[in-house]
Structure formats: structure tokens, C-alpha cells
Ligand binder design. Structure first.
Ligand SMILES: [Zn+2]
Ligand SMILES: [Zn+2]
Length: 105
């Protein structure tokens, strides 16, 4: 399979085109099926949550050649995905530092 056009979407900053491609959508489903549609981070913590998204372990932008590699994908629920990207931490930092320490574990 030739994914050269996908590689180019990423390197030229057109990530939305990458995420809308049929190749990515097919691979995403493959990753979800591999992970039984289960959030892998919740699973590691002994909990169950339905997977809501597929995360790139090595991020797409610095590692475009791993964007279509199944072993680089991890099914996650949205709260875990936010944690991985530290979005919650950033959000709390805006509100004041004391919340950050309480949220970290
Ligand atoms: Zn989770
Ligand atoms: Zn992600």
C-alpha cells in the first residue's frame, strides 16, 4: 500500500486531510478491533471504558512515517486521551497552579 500522499498531508501540516482519509479511517478501525474497543489506559489501571479515539503513541507530526503503523496506535477514551496530551493540565494551569498539583498523580 502506498501511503505517500498521507505522509505529504502530515509534513505539509494538513492533518485534517490525513484524519479524513479513507486509509486512516480503515486503520483506525483495525486498531479499535485489535484493542476490543476498550480504552487501553483504563485497562492498564484495572478499569473498563469504551474506546472513543485512537491515539498515536509517537505523535504524527514529529513521526509522520509512523502515522500508519498499527503498533504506534492505542485506543483510548476521551478523558485518557486528554490526559496523554496533558490538555487537562494546561487547562488547569490557566485557572491557577494549586489545582495542577491536586490533579497530578
Ligand atoms: Zn480511558
Ligand atoms: Zn492522541
Amino acid at each position: 500500500m502506498d501511503n505517500n500522499h498521507l505522509f505529504q498531508y502530515i509534513t505539509s501540516g494538513q492533518l485534517m486531510k490525513f484524519y479524513k482519509s479513507k486509509e486512516w479511517k480503515a486503520l483506525r478501525v483495525e486498531a479499535l478491533e485489535r484493542d476490543n474497543y476498550e480504552c487501553q489506559m483504563c485497562k492498564e489501571n484495572g478499569k473498563y471504558h469504551k474506546a472513543e479515539c485512537v491515539h498515536h503513541i509517537k505523535e504524527v507530526k514529529p513521526y509522520p512515517h509512523l502515522a500508519m503503523t498499527l503498533s504506534n496506535l492505542k485506543s483510548l477514551c476521551n478523558p485518557c486521551h486528554n490526559k496523554v496530551h496533558d490538555r487537562i493540565g494546561i487547562h488547569l494551569q490557566e485557572q491557577g497552579k494549586k489545582f495542577v498539583n491536586e490533579e497530578r498523580w
